[in-house]
Design a protein. Structure first.
Length: 157
């Protein structure tokens, strides 16, 4: 089945199995390896990306779901290397990752969160981001999300 959608701002047409998980479309068909496979059961969040601005766990949605929609992966989060997304800036400032495997998913979930919560509390973050990090970087992630929200606000003023 031919599926038309936008990936990181580029119009794309793929002839694929409509039931293929979006994660494999992104990683194997489009060679965008930032989005990670963890559990494959919508539980860990490693595969989080955006569809029409909302965060989704791409291991558990079929390719046909994105027909006519706009998909953003970590590779498309910032406009350019010179204009980092506040989440990327804050992640660097707070030196968040350890092994790094879970981080793309956290960053995509966090990017959506700061759209919904311009000044998130730790409670807001914990209630809305249920991704898993086995390296224990959660305290730095909390700090980085609060910092990213500040950066985002400062860009508006
Ligand atoms: S790989 Fe998708 S939620 Fe774990
Ligand atoms: S940084 Fe290693 S799993 Fe999160």
């Amino acid at each position: 089945m031919e599926i038309d959608f936008t990936i990181n701002g580029k119009a794309t047409r793929l002839n694929i199995d409509p039931a293929m998980p979006l994660l494999w479309v992104v990683r194997d068909e489009l060679n965008l390896k930032g989005t990670k496979f963890g559990c494959g059961k919508a539980m860990c969040g490693a595969c989080t990306l955006h569809v029409d601005g909302e965060a989704f766990r791409s291991c558990s949605i079929p390719a046909e779901f994105v027909s006519g929609k706009s998909v953003t992966t970590l590779e498309g989060l910032s406009e350019s290397e010179e204009h980092l997304h506040p989440i990327q800036q804050a992640w660097m400032e707070e030196n968040v990752p350890q092994c790094g495997y879970c981080q793309p998913g956290f960053m995509m979930a966090a990017a959506r969160l700061i759209e919904q919560y311009p000044a998130p509390t730790d409670e807001d973050i914990k209630n809305n981001i249920t991704n898993i990090c086995r390296c224990g970087t959660q305290p730095r992630i909390l700090k980085a999300i609060r910092r990213a929200a500040e950066i985002k606000q400062s860009l508006k003023s």
